[in-house]
Design a protein around this ligand. Structure first.
Ligand code: ZN
Ligand code: ZN
Length: 121
């Protein structure tokens, strides 16, 4: 009956090695899933942060809100072409004012300073 035990031992050790291998792979996969989850959570947080941040107040004329006066007219200096070649490509530029009439970009949320609500008076 010795051969029987020998075969059994072979199966046991082989089977054990196989099982250990499986466990290792499973653990590795679980680790990978966990990192994936962490990464997904990070991406989500970044997306939320981006959504909460107010957009850059830039007008359709590509100039910042700060360049516009209260009437909405843009005061940014721009280069105005004064001469064109036969291909309608500007040859010369002259300093001019952006002729944007109204700021159309996003309005930044007014930042209101709120005092902490405390009972200490
Ligand atoms: Zn402008
Ligand atoms: Zn503008």
């Amino acid at each position: 009956m010795n051969w029987f035990w020998a075969v059994l031992m072979l199966f046991w050790t082989g089977g054990f090695a196989w099982a250990a291998d499986n466990v290792r792979t499973a653990l590795k996969h679980r680790h990978e899933r966990k990192t994936e989850l962490l990464e997904a959570a990070r991406q989500e947080r970044l997306a939320i942060e981006a959504a909460h941040r107010s957009p850059e107040p830039v007008c359709g004329c590509t100039h910042h809100l700060a360049k516009h006066d209260r009437q909405g007219r843009c005061h940014e200096r721009v280069e105005v072409p004064t001469a064109w070649d036969e291909n309608k490509k500007p040859l010369r530029y002259e300093a001019g004012r952006c002729n944007c009439q109204q700021y159309v970009g996003p309005q930044p949320l007014s930042r209101v300073f709120a005092e902490e609500l405390t009972d200490r008076a």
